[in-house]
Design a protein around this ligand. Structure first.
Ligand code: ATP
Length: 246
């Protein structure tokens, strides 16, 4: 199969009316690697993901995936190109069973949409259930019976079933017990490497995020104030104290 396409996020500026949420933000990404985007409340992390996925149209800058220019494209176009966005708050459909929620991913996915067979990944429902045994046991139950951690597994699994090359995750650790965060991040680490996914992980939990990430970007007031290898950022005490809260 062909090499996965490279995601390019360069010079993004985005505004909400008079509020400038992003100022010329570029982030490094690479297939098989996790890029953590860190920073305080209001730093612009969510806006960055929303701008990549087409929910916010940038004033300047570029989003490209392989040969395709996705700058300012509609969300369904970006999704169809292989970018899966898992927003904060999870989006589990509580009236459906776990399995029905997962099947929505396949329905909305690229294989179905394009009829072309999608990219190299080829995720099946069984693959996802194997990845997350906790939700496999509950596949016939209504999704509202799941814990917070299991819901997070469900939405990541659903995103994988859309056959993405790029996974955008907004605060997957929010509200979860530390043990569950460790578990989900370990799975994320493995599947990023094994499937050459390009992952952009937005987190307020900087300590855990830097443990799973290869590269870290720190945003403050919509600007990039630091970008480096994750281990290097984690070792920088002044930066940690000023921006990362640990
Ligand atoms: P959080 O972790 O709280 O979501 P964040 O780093 O994701 O923070 P954003 O949500 O991207 O930050 O917000 C960046 C800036 O844009 C903030 O000043 C915020 O108040 C503002 N903002 C976000 N969404 C909107 C909106 N829909 N309308 C107006 N301003 C907004």
């Amino acid at each position: 199969s062909t090499a996965p396409p490279a995601l390019v996020v360069e010079g993004l500026t985005a505004t909400y009316g008079p509020v400038t949420a992003l100022r010329e933000v570029s982030i490094p990404t690479e297939p098989g690697r996790v890029t953590a985007v860190l920073g305080a409340n209001g730093a612009g992390k969510t806006t960055l993901l929303r701008t990549i996925s087409g929910l916010v149209r940038p004033q300047a800058g570029q989003v490209r995936l392989g040969e395709r220019d996705l700058t300012g494209a509609a969300p369904e176009t970006v999704a169809g190109a292989g970018v899966a966005h898992v927003p904060e708050g999870r989006g589990v459909i509580t009236e459906l069973t776990v399995e029905e929620n997962l099947r929505l991913g396949s329905l909305l996915g690229r294989r179905r949409a394009s009829g072309r067979g999608g990219p190299a990944r080829g995720w099946s429902l069984d693959d996802v259930l194997e990845l997350f045994p906790a939700i496999a046991e509950r596949r016939r139950r209504p999704a509202d019976t799941l814990s917070g951690g299991e819901r997070q597994m469900l939405v990541i699994g659903r995103a994988l079933l859309t056959e993405p090359d790029v996974l955008l995750l907004d605060e997957p650790s929010l509200g979860l017990a530390p043990r569950v965060v460790t578990q989900i991040f370990a799975v994320l680490r493995d599947l990023t490497e094994q499937h050459a996914l390009t992952v952009v992980l937005v987190e307020q939990n900087a300590r855990s995020a830097l443990e799973v990430a290869d590269t870290g970007v720190v945003l403050a007031l919509g600007r990039v104030v630091a970008v480096s290898e994750a281990a290097e950022l984690a070792a920088d005490q002044a930066l940690r104290h000023a921006y990362l809260g640990f």
